[in-house]
Design a protein around this ligand. Structure first.
Ligand SMILES: Cc1cc2nc3c(=O)[nH]c(=O)nc-3n(C[C@H](O)[C@H](O)[C@H](O)COP(=O)(O)OP(=O)(O)OC[C@H]3O[C@@H](n4cnc5c(N)ncnc54)[C@H](O)[C@@H]3O)c2cc1C
Length: 449
């Protein structure tokens, strides 16, 4: 028995691959998919017990429950291709056909992708509607790259909107509630290039949720990588990157048990805080460029025995700041969208509170109950709602403040065969994560020759 264990350990210590990917979020998986499909021997190590990273899903009563509300835009170019490449059918990407409902403290206003809804939407007056139509037309067919490059047109998104003539009422009643939950930052301080990119995604097509939750994307990607012979190991936390002191090249990585994984190329695809730590000893200059300012978000998830509302939409809190915290910024009965064809309970509700990083889980759940009572006074929340748990992401995504995207580290490091992937190398979104993985795979492919 002891001999068997020892020989297993020996073979573990000689683990060699063409490419070692550290981190199994969507960036690492996108890199792994392209490299394994082009015939490279790929090994991916993920610290958690499942792949998917920030885009993971749990299950409750046979319904998917994401670890925080997030959507993907059907117009995200790299993400759309990735989803098709791993075989998820279009019919499994379920659109928010009814858009969003904004509660301004007194009444609801609905905004969907139908142009008519814009003209009925009371948060915008006639002049703001005309400005919005002009801006939407200007960006609708522009290339995402060009839009992202318009970051210097103003210091913040809010400044950009004011410069384009939008009223404070339009900003507070439409842009702040909507983009506050997309940027995960209600100050609208993201650079305007990133705002224009996201707005163009919104006007090109609906937001969607996969039928099995966002985690479906990571799970199917892992399946596709394994099908082409890739080796994905979960529950393996890399403790350090390994480097040959003579050549200065990366040789692989070592996990917490001292097992070494060797490879010709290493792709570091972990989250920004972990990347900074693992990179610091090898390339302090590049590590210093990894953004350290993250947006925090807390998500409360509940299973309901009766349905809270009808319609495939999000509910947004567009009421003025009351000074009472924590504030619930978004509520979505996600099963209306991803399981619109399912009969009966449980109905899954996910609520988002942006910022408020010191609020307790109980404080968030109480705030949600009070919010539901304000919005739906007749709804018997305490009798039908069961908590599935609160998830806090202290660093949900980096904050793209003025100049930040211009000084990101990018894919290459100063160690030739060490590449970076992750939202923090591009822009803070699912699209940024996937396209960073695709770019890292292209460079790795060239390095392998
Ligand atoms: C609540 C929330 C809402 C969001 N909303 C949206 C949205 O609506 N639309 C949108 O486009 N984006 C949204 N985002 C952002 C999006 O989820 C991320 O940009 C994207 O998932 C990042 O992917 P990634 O692969 O770069 O990083 P991650 O998903 O963080 O993957 C990194 C992986 O590395 C692993 N890891 C870390 N350290 C180690 C180690 N030492 N060894 C091995 N593995 C390690 C981690 O466990 C993780 O699985 C949201 C994020 C959150 C948290």
């Amino acid at each position: 028995m002891v001999g068997l264990l020892r020989s297993e350990q020996m073979s573990e210590q000689n683990l060699v691959s063409d490419v070692l990917i550290v981190g199994g979020g969507l960036a690492g998986l996108a890199a792994g998919l392209d490299l394994s499909r082009s015939g490279r021997k790929v090994r991916l190590l993920e610290a958690a017990d499942a792949v998917g990273g920030r885009a993971r899903t749990e299950w409750w009563g046979g319904r998917p429950v994401d670890r925080g509300f997030q959507v993907t835009f059907s117009a995200y170019p790299a993400f759309r291709k990735f989803v098709a490449d791993i075989g998820i059918p279009k019919s499994d990407l379920r659109p928010f056909v009814d858009g969003g409902a904004f509660f301004d403290g007194a009444q609801w206003g609905e905004l969907s992708s139908s142009p008519l809804s814009l003209f009925r939407f009371s948060a915008l007056d006639v002049a703001d509607r005309a400005r919005f139509v002009r801006l939407a037309a200007e960006i609708r067919f522009a290339s995402p790259r060009r839009l992202l490059a318009r970051d210097q047109e103003a210091s913040t998104t809010e400044a950009f909107l004011l410069q384009r003539g939008f009223s404070n009422a339009a900003i507070d009643r439409m842009f702040r509630p909507l983009f506050g939950v997309i940027f995960l930052d209600r100050s609208l301080s993201a650079d305007p290039g990133y705002f224009l990119f996201l707005l163009s995604m919104l006007v090109r097509g609906p937001s969607v949720l996969p039928s099995d939750g966002l985690g479906m994307v990571g799970d199917w990607a892992a399946g596709a990588i394994r099908q082409t012979g890739g080796d994905i190991r979960t529950g393996v936390r890399v403790a350090a990157l390994a480097r040959d002191p003579d050549s200065g090249r990366m040789t692989g990585a070592v996990d917490g048990d001292g097992i070494t994984y060797s490879a010709a190329v290493v792709i570091l695809a972990v989250d920004a805080p972990a990347a900074r730590e693992l990179l610091a000893d090898h390339d302090a200059g590049t590590a210093a460029k990894i953004p350290s300012d993250g947006a925090s978000v807390t998500s409360a998830r509940f299973a309901l025995r009766s349905s809270l509302y009808q319609g495939r939409k999000i509910l947004l809190n567009a009421a003025p700041e009351s000074g009472v915290h924590p504030r619930i910024d978004l509520v979505c009965q996600t099963t209306n969208v991803n399981r619109h064809d399912a009969v009966g309970a449980p109905h899954i509700v996910v609520a988002t509170s942006v910022g408020d990083s010191d609020a307790t889980a109980a404080g968030i759940e109480d705030a949600l109950e009070r919010q539901i009572h304000r919005w739906f006074p007749e709804f018997p929340w305490s009798r039908v709602a069961e908590s599935i748990g609160v998830v806090r992401h202290p660093f949900a995504q980096f904050r793209p403040l003025a100049g930040v995207r211009r000084s990101l580290p990018g894919t290459r490091t100063n160690v030739p065969n060490l590449l970076l992937a992750g939202e923090f190398t591009m822009h803070p979104s699912l699209e940024g994560a996937v396209s960073s993985g695709v770019t890292a795979a292209e460079i790795a492919e060239r390095q392998l020759g």
